[in-house]
Design a protein around this ligand. Structure first.
Ligand code: SF4
Length: 451
């Protein structure tokens, strides 16, 4: 079969969720083309060439864009079989399956995707659409990177005045945790799958050959299998001692595995992305995050003691957020010298409630919950205090304008802080009181989204 794999957005990285299934499909004898709409224009010729189209939807934005792409394919080639695969594939499947797509595969999608394409190749297109959530999987292929645009087109590591090409790999899929607001547990239900170290190393070698100077371990949580991750890092550092890297893990695991950070730092770890979410212990408990605000501060200090910066992601706007919580959040950022570590968009994030979210059953959510919005792929909700909803809109506009104008993170932080304090009836915080060094350029990726 002539298979067109399409990605819309993979958080600024060269999409491994095209390169990996491409390898598996080619091994089965299929012809594959890849189209990454994050950096490439729509390609009518590729759609005309395809006998089947599969769209990768590993996160919320990718799903919204993927549905738009599926509509175009359906309109242009109504006879073409279309599949959605990846973490978000099953969201709203009662609306997408049939009218828009023929197959939906969430979770460990590769074996099911292969079977579906094989069946189509044998001419046995099944009547009726089908949705699957798959977990079991033991075989992984080395991703085929050469089918994708070069690394120069993707997010870079910004460090000082320099920008270096980045390669993104995954040493595991899924997550052992079950944080209530996260889409992972609705699909993986507290499970994860390790990708063989030999496969990850071979992928890294290809990326280095293609120019990568830094590796992002894009696993949902790099320390779900800490020993596996250590094996991968040791082997990578032995082979490519100049390579730096970053990874994502939760506060609970940063502290539980406190003994590994000296070795990870010595092996090139520059920063760790961690979802601090907010600075209200009651909200953290509702989200089942497994950490407190004090734990988060301890994790920042622990990593910093080993020369590793923590780059937080925040979920400041939930139904329970108060204006005073927002004041505490911006205070926490300054007090822990994180101004240069926070991509400003994280001051604006509002809780998403996709179908199946574990939060939907939480009794504390009931008073705030509205109807499902199929366009936004989320249940609607409103904050207990309408001023909080207004503040979220104000901060979103402020950050969007600041980023578009190229405003420095420190200045944008001060603007956010002033808006938050104004909403709370407080005076703006004078710049001179920011901790020294907090606005310096800390290592970061040029793409601000990482969750
Ligand atoms: S928020 Fe992070 S740690 Fe929690 S379930 Fe999701 S991926 Fe896992």
């Amino acid at each position: 079969m002539q298979v067109l794999l399409v990605s819309t957005y993979e958080l600024g990285r060269q999409p491994v969720h095209l390169a990996s299934p491409a390898a598996a499909l080619r091994r089965r004898g299929h012809q594959v083309r890849c189209l990454d709409l994050a950096v490439q224009a729509w390609d009518p010729e590729a759609v005309a060439w395809a006998e089947v189209v599969a769209l990768s939807v590993p996160m919320h934005t990718a799903m919204r864009l993927g549905l738009a792409a599926a509509r175009i394919v359906r309109r242009e080639r109504p006879e073409l079989p279309i599949c959605l695969y990846g973490l978000y594939a099953a969201v709203s499947s009662e609306r997408t399956l049939g009218p828009l797509v023929d197959r939906v595969i969430a979770g460990e999608y590769e074996p099911e995707l292969l079977s579906w394409v094989d069946a189509l190749a044998e001419g046995s297109r099944r009547d009726g659409a089908e949705a699957t959530v798959a977990y079991g999987r033991s075989r992984f292929e080395v991703p085929v990177r050469e089918l994708l645009p070069p690394l120069e087109r993707y997010a870079h590591l910004a460090i000082g005045a320099e920008q270096r090409p980045v390669g993104g790999v995954e040493a595991s899929h899924g997550c052992a945790s079950r944080c209530r607001h996260c889409p992972l547990p609705t699909v993986y239900d507290g499970r994860f799958r390790a990708v063989g170290a030999d496969i990850v190393l071979a992928d890294i070698a290809h990326l280095v050959a293609a120019g990568a100077c830094h590796i992002t371990f894009a696993d949902p949580d790099f320390l779900n299998g800490a020993q596996h991750s250590l094996r991968v890092v040791r082997a990578m550092h032995r082979r490519f001692p100049e390579l730096t890297f970053d990874c994502t893990t939760k506060v609970e695991l940063i502290l539980r595995h406190r003994g590994i950070w000296p070795e990870l730092a010595a092996s090139g770890c520059l920063f760790v992305v961690s979802a601090l979410e907010c600075v209200d212990d009651a909200v953290l408990a509702r989200l089942d995050k497994g950490h407190t605000v004090a734990d988060a501060a301890e994790a920042v200090a622990l990593l910093r003691a080993h020369g590793i910066e923590l780059r937080p992601s925040f979920l400041p706007f939930t139904p329970w957020t108060t204006v005073e919580d927002m004041v505490e959040l911006v205070d926490f950022v300054a007090a822990n010298d994180l101004v240069g570590n926070v991509d400003p968009v994280h001051y604006t994030i509002r809780l998403l409630l996709p179908e199946g979210s574990l939060l939907l059953d939480h009794p504390d959510l009931a008073p705030h919950l509205g109807p499902y919005d199929p366009e936004r792929l989320s249940y609607t909700w409103s904050a207990a205090d309408p001023e909080v909803d207004r503040l979220q809109v104000e901060l979103t506009a402020l950050v969007e304008a600041g980023v578009a104008a190229g405003q420095a993170p420190g200045d944008l932080y001060l603007a956010v802080r002033a808006a938050v304090r104004r909403a709370a009836g407080l005076t703006p915080f004078p710049r001179g009181l920011l901790p020294a060094g907090s606005t310096e350029g800390r290592p970061r990726l040029t793409e601000p989204w990482f969750c």
